[in-house]
Design a protein around this ligand. Structure first.
Ligand SMILES: C[S@@+](CC[C@H](N)C(=O)[O-])C[C@H]1O[C@@H](n2cnc3c(N)ncnc32)[C@H](O)[C@@H]1O
Length: 210
């Protein structure tokens, strides 16, 4: 099959496979500090990490005692994550799936995380809505992504404003949630000019059918 025979979804998947193959780890070997700060004090239960990449966050959650399902459409990333978990003696349920098509079980997870999943606005809204619906009542949704202000005032990250977000926009899309944190945060950097992230942490308080 040549590149011309690929559907747009397959092309994106192939691009991510290439990125993962060229850059290991894709983000860092360590869990995202925001995950540790925001989730560290929660009692472990079932967790779902969407767009898990090579598993820095999923394996950290598993180490804390969470029962983790990690989803990504890059086979390269999933295999790396699997190897990382096995090396640490950790169990993670790795799922190779496209978030644009995959629907997680509703109201099933005590924690659902999305870290740096940048999709065109309408696709993002659909993926985030399914993620929000996967959280159990009383469970937590944690979203971290490049903030829209990162374009002008931050560093790195996607340069297409359509795939960037604001905390207010994400919070406004949540129904049946108590939003506990919705803010931007500049990541630590030696020169003080790190990337600007949007962070939303919310607890599901009511079941709303989507
Ligand atoms: C920037 S990386 C972040 C990985 C991980 N969340 C982290 O913070 O280390 C984005 C990840 O999303 C995955 N991804 C992007 N679009 C996806 C889709 N439609 N379905 C599943 N995974 C997707 C990519 O393969 C990649 O691993």
């Amino acid at each position: 099959m040549s590149d011309h025979d690929l559907t747009p979804a397959q092309s994106r998947q192939a691009l991510w496979d290439q990125r993962h193959a060229a850059q290991e780890p894709i983000e860092s070997s360590e869990p995202d500090p925001t995950l540790v700060d925001e989730i560290g004090s929660l009692r472990p239960g079932r967790a779902l990490d969407l767009g898990a990449g090579d598993g820095r966050n999923a394996t950290w959650l598993a180490r804390q005692g969470w029962q983790v399902t990690a989803v990504d459409f890059s086979g390269v990333a999933i295999e790396r994550g699997r190897a990382r978990a096995e090396a640490g003696g950790l169990e993670v349920d790795w799922q190779l799936a496209d978030l644009l098509e995959w629907t997680p079980e509703a109201r099933a997870y005590d924690l659902v995380t999305l870290f740096f999943i940048h999709l065109p606005r309408e696709e993002r809204r659909a993926v985030y809505a399914r993620a929000a619906n996967a959280v159990a009542i009383g469970g937590t949704l944690l979203v971290v992504a490049h903030d829209r202000t990162n374009l002008a005032n931050g560093v790195g990250g996607p340069q297409d404003p359509d795939v960037l977000v604001s905390p207010a926009e994400i919070a406004a899309e949540l129904t049946g949630y108590r939003v506990e944190r919705a803010e931007t945060m500049r990541r630590r950097a030696p020169d003080g000019r790190g990337p600007i992230d949007a962070i939303v942490r919310a607890v599901r308080v009511a079941s709303v059918h989507v």
